[in-house]
Write a protein that binds this ligand. Sequence first.
Ligand code: AMP
Length: 396
Amino acid sequence: MRYIDQIDLKGKRVVCRFDFNVPLDEHSNIVADARIRAALPTINYALDEGAKVIAVSHLGRPKGRVVDKLSLNPVARRLSRLIGKDVTLAKDCIGPEVKHIVDNMKPGCIIMLENLRFHKEETDNNDEFAKELASYADVYIDDAFGNAHRSHASNVGITRYVKECGLGFLMKKELNYFSKALENPFRPFVAIIGGSKVSDKLHALGNLVKKVDKMIIGGGMAFTFLKAMGYEIGKSIVEDDLVDAAAHGIEMAKKMGVKLYFPVDCVIAESIDHKAVTKIVPVQEIDPNWMGLDIGPATITLFREVLDDAKTIVWNGPMGVFEIDAFSRGTFAMAHAVASSHALTIVGGGDTDVAVHQAGESDYITYISTGGGASLELLEGKKLPAIKAIEECGEN
Ligand code: AMP
């Protein structure tokens, strides 16, 4: 595997794939710029080395059409402010205008190409499109962790046509943290897995159970396991086709000496509504017409105790419907518990990232991943397509 600091960049045209897929409000203002800031080490390094940086990214899901609201213009302006340099935004990501701008670049300057997903060839991993992007590059650097689990033209196809390819510093950091946790963790190693469905995280659960000492299962997915243990779970979210798999998982964990922890009480309501009447009940007493929407206070105490001696914690998925105040306490309590632990703490991206920020604990987590889907695939033990493509670059 090659990284950016092992490649000579001086005076070269360096196409850098970033994940600038930032949230925007209705006026196209950037709501959170963490993904732009996460790209700064790679951008600054390349500029300091005297490269001609051509930044490429997608934004949102324009599905192959030009959608003005999904222009990278606000991103180019924010990046310009962050690095104190002009960042010209080309009107497209391919075509004669791009070629003209690239041909006239000076070392140590940066341009940005317009949203890659304005062309459906990007997500199709179209060969011609990849070739055209590659034609702007002497060197290709992939630093888009959030997109690394996808096989697209700008992160997989392009590597077939650029001789020198490598990963950027964000990719390096993401891979280092996950491999630190998964390959050689300080023990006890505890995984906290939540979120709505078992099916989304079945592979991650199967891989993690081979690596951890303890596993906490909360959120909606806990109810499939509670059903497998014979509890009445009322109208709680459940995947009936996975009840047997859940029972099998519990047996497997027992055989492997992994301790599993499930909610012992929960916050229930008749509907997922901020005005709904709520009750806190032991999991043995869930009313048949009610649903479990958060972990209860006894569970919070139990889960906190489980984390007490942890040396490594990986957390993916909220403990309840944290978007609604009445069902957010469990997730926020876990955020506080993880943040105040003495462990190496790694939070998967997506909803868990949002929850940790809302709880005001983001500064006290060792590492928060910038990619929800990609980090989940690392927890599943998979090799990400974008990483594989960089490894194979040069073999063609
Ligand atoms: P995921 O994308 O799988 O990590 O799931 C995140 C979603 O799970 C959030 O939007 C939560 O609202 C939802 N969730 C968490 N706990 C529950 C629950 N007990 N019932 C229904 N949805 C839940």
